[in-house]
Design a protein around this ligand. Structure first.
Ligand SMILES: [Zn+2]
Length: 458
């Protein structure tokens, strides 16, 4: 839900439907579905005297029209899940987006800290609330992080690389690369974390090996097919874009941002033409550098993996009016560049491994639901890194795909993975089996620094 407010003077001058003082949707579905929601004004023609006093109806009301009320909207938002997610995200900055993979329907969309839409309805109260929220540069409640905050995706991006490299015939299930806690050809960058030994493809996902994806990225960009690595880079970029990043998804909520997959022109400007190689930009392979996604796009990526190769543009209104009209653009299947089911099966196996012993999200496993997930840490140049987790469940016939990002919360497995799996329990079973964890997450306040969780969950 967004909010409504008085129509601006400019709008009233440009659009004859509105008069100053009318209400109009200013954000959220109130804005994007304004025409359906507003209905039609009724008109009554009156005869007035020279003093502007009504003396009767013109032509006995022959030309009068009745007002028609707005159409009902049917939302896909699961109110209970939304409310639960808001409680879990209280005291944290970040966003959660959950999608039903088979339809693209948005099940919950949370940006935290948030505001009470009721405080923005009218009059003095509205002006006061607005001023207060505008001035709040620490929490920035009016900023919808789920749609507009562009974050580096971190390790969740390895999933896309794994799919592209398999599709190009460069790696398979058994491919392994050395993890040297660093990558010598680039002077020890990017660094890996302790996860023991070299890994095959599924193991590299479960353990999130940085070195592995530095090799994979270079394999894709420098493959023999493209003697000029610029063509290899553009090939990688084109493939990535079919998973959603780099273009506005075109959801039915206003203002969603495109994220960024940097172009050749951009790097030519930064490094000079001929001044960069795959090595220069290798951290793109692990979801860092200039690569950014909004949380909605992150959720869409995991929905594509759950669907093994396609998505419907995420939307939160599944029908307009009694006839439940749905814009055809939300019924159009979008295919990712990787279509072979087997490639997805291997990646999904790795994601399942993330919640098994040795995996990066083992602590957040559920005992009776098979969750397939991927942790990530989004680099934050301005302070502590952001924790990312995306996952879908159940493994067979997935019902929900979720991305969660908690700002300044460090490693993805610690904060985001518990929030995601609690939401999954809520959605699939109605309640959690882990009330202790639920309580600790709800009570944790990461914004003002008084972190109540003292023992490491991960
Ligand atoms: Zn490693």
């Amino acid at each position: 839900m967004g909010y409504v407010g008085e129509v601006s003077k400019e709008k009233a001058e440009k659009d004859t439907y509105y008069k100053e003082g009318d209400y109009i949707g200013k954000s959220g579905i109130e804005m994007s579905y304004e025409e359906a929601l507003r209905g039609r004004k009724g008109v009554q023609y009156e005869i007035t005297d020279v003093h502007n006093k009504t003396v009767g109806r013109y032509m006995q009301g022959k030309y009068d029209t009745l007002a028609i009320s707005g159409k009902p909207l049917y939302s896909s938002i699961d109110a209970e899940l939304q409310e639960y997610g808001e409680r879990l995200m209280r005291g944290k900055k970040g966003a959660v987006v959950a999608i039903e993979p088979s339809t693209g329907e948005i099940l919950c969309l949370i940006s935290s800290p948030t505001y009470d839409p009721n405080s923005l309805v009218s009059g003095k109260e509205r002006n006061k609330s607005f001023a207060r929220m505008y001035a709040d540069t620490i929490n920035v409640p009016l900023f919808n992080r789920a749609l507009t905050a562009m974050y580096p995706p971190g390790s969740i991006f390895k999933l896309i690389d794994a799919l592209i490299a398999q599709n190009d015939g460069l790696i398979n299930r058994n491919t392994s690369y050395p993890c040297q806690m660093g990558y010598p050809p680039m002077g020890g960058k990017p660094k890996c974390h302790a996860h023991g030994g070299g890994k095959n493809l599924t193991g590299s996902i479960a353990a999130s090996c940085n070195s592995y994806y530095s090799y994979v990225f270079r394999d894709i960009v420098d493959q023999r097919k493209y003697p000029n690595f610029i063509d290899g880079y553009n090939h990688w970029r084109d493939m990535v874009k079919t998973f959603g990043p780099g273009t506005r998804l075109g959801t039915d909520l206003p203002h969603d941002k495109p994220g960024n997959v940097p172009s050749v022109e951009y790097y030519n400007k930064v490094f000079g033409k001929g001044g960069w190689r795959s090595n220069t930009i290798v951290s793109l392979g692990i979801g860092q550098a200039e690569l950014t996604l909004v949380p909605l796009q992150m959720a869409n990526v995991v929905a594509i993996i759950a669907n093994k190769g396609f998505y419907y543009t995420p939307h939160c209104i599944k029908g307009v009016g009694k006839e439940k009209y749905l814009d055809p653009k939300f019924k159009t299947k979008h295919l990712a560049a990787v279509q072979k089911q087997e490639y997805y099966d291997i990646v999904i196996e790795g994601m399942e491994g993330a919640l098994l012993p040795g995996g990066t999200a083992f602590a957040s496993r559920l005992k009776d639901i098979v969750v397939c997930g991927k942790t990530g840490t989004a680099q934050n140049p301005h302070g502590k890194d952001h924790a990312v987790f995306l996952a879908f469940a159940p493994k067979e016939n997935p019902k929900i795909a979720i991305a969660c990002l908690v700002e300044n919360a460090g490693f993805g497995g610690v904060w985001s993975a518990p929030i995601v799996t609690l939401l999954m329990e809520k959605y699939l079973k109605g309640k959690t089996d882990r009330p202790e964890l639920e309580k600790r997450i709800m009570e944790a306040n990461l914004i003002d620094g008084s972190i109540l969780i003292t023992d490491k969950i991960d």
